[in-house]
Design a protein around this ligand. Structure first.
Ligand SMILES: [Zn+2]
Length: 194
């Protein structure tokens, strides 16, 4: 008999040898929580223990923000939104990867949402409206990081986060309206939406 089969057999015998037949009824018990009772909360905690900590600022899962918007922000943070640069990278034929609004850079996630002239005008206006110095922001990570570390007051920070998520989503929607529906919305109209 191969050595590993022999080892497995010995292990199996050892495991089975620990079992004792009982006269009581069989029951189920859950080992991940307290009181041997399964709850979704306990499972969630257990899963969090195994979830690796991802680098960079985290996306806040705020209940006031629609799930599709949160998912979009999360994907945008990782550059996983269908910008023309991303589509080209996946082998989709696109007429040009240059931004159709400013013609001043490759249309990446960071370009659309942060670096494009359109995004800069909207962001500066929103930041001024909130009484914040827009600062030097050149990618989505930097924006999320500065929002996550702004103000000691959690309520104020939460409101600013909500506004920023709304801003990012509105810029993306305006971009899609321009490309797919030929509707040209000005930065001022987008600011009004936000
Ligand atoms: Zn642009």
């Amino acid at each position: 008999m191969a050595p590993y089969l022999n080892r497995n057999l010995i292990h199996l015998e050892g495991s089975l040898g620990q079992f004792r037949i009982s006269n009581r009824l069989d029951t189920w018990s859950c080992k991940i929580g307290t009181n041997a009772v399964y709850t979704v909360e306990d499972l969630r905690k257990k899963m969090d223990e195994f979830t690796p900590t991802l680098p960079g600022p985290r996306v806040e899962w705020l209940k006031e923000v629609p799930l599709k918007v949160l998912c979009f922000i999360w994907r945008a943070k990782w550059g996983r939104i269908p910008s023309t640069q991303a589509l080209e990278g996946r082998g989709v034929q696109v007429p040009s990867i240059i931004c159709g609004y400013c013609l001043n850079g490759v249309e990446s996630a960071d370009h659309i949402l942060i670096q494009c002239e359109f995004a800069v005008i909207v962001r500066n206006w929103i930041m001024n409206w909130c009484g914040i110095n827009p600062g030097d922001i050149d990618n989505l990570d930097t924006l999320l990081h500065s929002v996550a570390n702004w103000s000691q007051c959690t309520t104020k920070r939460r409101i600013l986060t909500l506004i920023c998520y709304g801003m990012i989503w509105s810029i993306w929607k305006a971009r899609n309206e321009r490309i797919f529906n030929q509707v040209k919305r000005s930065p001022t109209q987008v600011m009004d939406d936000i």
